[in-house]
Design a binder for this molecule. Structure first.
Ligand SMILES: [Zn+2]
Length: 443
């Protein structure tokens, strides 16, 4: 694909890293941001009218399951990165629970070759904490960072052994990449949804909030002990956020992410609700209870948890928003009863519209959303991204923040449209996703 000159004309340019939020033009040339300013010369450039649209640094998702190698029936690097581009993401981190797991230099080398062939956006691998993700033997952290790992996670499972977690966190002091933890005490969590009033009413076994909070507390203590960089994945409870808030105040080096579904949906969705919380936007008719598309881990929690998590995003306790895009085939979702269905939601193409609902409800500004979905991850991981500064790589998203659209499984780019939002109306549509100046989504 040619790296063309592109002039984005008259969009609302939101570039929080440079405190920019104004209507102006952006010129892309040679894969980089060439110039920002009013009425730029369009000679030799493809003109992209952007009036009414937002032009922002490309989004960065630090938590994606691409499923390749090993589970290509669910997703591939090609389809997952196409979904990323459709969602406005220019960089994504992929989780290591593939087959084989990403636990060795050889598996990372193999992945790098696959990415070079088929990825539409930048892909950065997260390696496993333990060999085979079995929780028994730590990987060679430094060798894997050399091979390109940007973090370590046994996501999907919690590394139960405290001495391995201590070793993993201590190693971050040498290699500078975080340990990204899935916090769940499996002994407490044999259920399939949040444990509470709704699970009791539906007769489903629950996963208590404490199953998550106990491990968050443990890992915060180990981060304090080692001084290492702990990153909490998919924080879902208000009490968990409070633990992180206190630890940050005490100087513990912890960062945390939250998923849009944990800010806008509650366990009521496992029953019949299809209203987004905190924004007062019913987006569909009520559903039948126990829709496997509402099954996710950590589970959708209570309305009170969603409110506390939004507060934690606003006050900076939660550093960033990611998706935990977790594709599964229909047989593992709708073909199953709730208890047997796989955990996970498709997220890449839905995250931005969901976050824009929080902007319309004035919980966050547009700049806050771009900050949490682009600038902060770029800064934390020292990526050459997250800004529209002249000279920066032209990783740019152009989106219409108001355009309504119906979520249609057949039109999503992901191979597995496992989301309770199918058939619902959302607002906010990506128009173009430029990666290094190449438009990977727009037409
Ligand atoms: Zn995950």
């Amino acid at each position: 694909m040619q790296r063309e000159r592109v002039l984005l004309r008259g969009g609302r340019v939101v570039d929080p890293a440079n405190q920019v939020d104004r209507i102006t033009d952006v010129l892309i040339a040679d894969g980089r941001i060439a110039e920002i300013g009013p009425a730029l010369d369009s000679t030799g450039a493809r003109l992209v009218p952007a009036d009414g649209h937002v032009v922002a640094p490309g989004l960065i998702d630090v938590h994606v399951h691409l499923r390749e190698p090993g589970y290509e029936t669910k997703e591939t690097i090609a389809t997952g990165t196409a979904a990323a581009a459709a969602g406005g993401f220019t960089s994504i981190f992929c989780m290591p629970n593939t087959r084989p797991a990403l636990d060795s230099v050889a598996t990372l080398d193999d992945l790098r070759q696959r990415i070079a062939v088929s990825a539409l956006v930048r892909v950065f691998p997260i390696a496993a904490i333990t060999a085979g993700r079995l929780g028994q033997r730590a990987v060679d952290f430094s060798a894997l960072v050399e091979a390109g790992a940007v973090g370590f996670s046994d996501d999907g499972d919690t590394t139960a052994d405290c001495s391995i977690m201590r070793q993993a966190l201590a190693a971050t002091l040498d290699h500078g990449r975080p340990v990204m933890v899935h916090c769940e005490d499996k002994a407490l969590a044999p259920g399939s949804m949040h444990e509470g009033e709704v699970s009791r009413r539906l007769g489903l076994r629950g996963i208590p909030a404490a199953a998550e909070e106990i491990v968050i507390a443990r890992d915060l203590m180990l981060a304090r002990l080692t001084g290492g960089w702990l990153h909490i994945c998919h924080l879902s409870t208000g009490r968990g956020a409070e633990l992180v808030r206190r630890a940050k105040a005490d100087g513990v080096r912890v960062t945390a992410e939250v998923m849009p579904h944990h800010l806008l949906m509650s366990d009521q969705w496992v029953d019949t609700s299809r209203s987004l919380l905190n924004v007062d936007e019913p987006i569909g008719p009520t559903a039948t209870p126990r829709d496997p598309h509402t099954k996710v881990n950590p589970p959708l929690r209570t309305g009170e948890d969603t409110r506390q998590l939004i507060t934690a995003v606003v006050d900076g306790t939660i550093d960033l928003v990611a998706t935990d895009h977790a594709p599964h085939g229909a047989a593992e979702k709708t073909g199953s009863v709730y208890e047997d269905a796989a955990f996970g939601l498709s997220g890449l193409e839905l995250a931005l519209p969901l976050m824009l609902a929080l902007v319309r409800a004035r919980h966050l500004s547009l700049g806050d959303v771009i900050t949490r979905m682009s600038c902060v991850p770029a800064k934390l991981w020292s990526l050459a991204a997250g800004t529209l500064s002249p000279g920066a790589l032209a990783d740019v998203v152009v989106f219409d923040p108001d355009q309504p659209w119906i979520v249609d499984a057949a039109k999503l780019k992901t191979k597995s449209a496992n989301t309770p939002l199918i058939g619902m109306e959302l607002q906010g549509r990506v128009k173009h996703t430029f990666v290094g100046g190449v438009d990977r989504y727009g037409t």
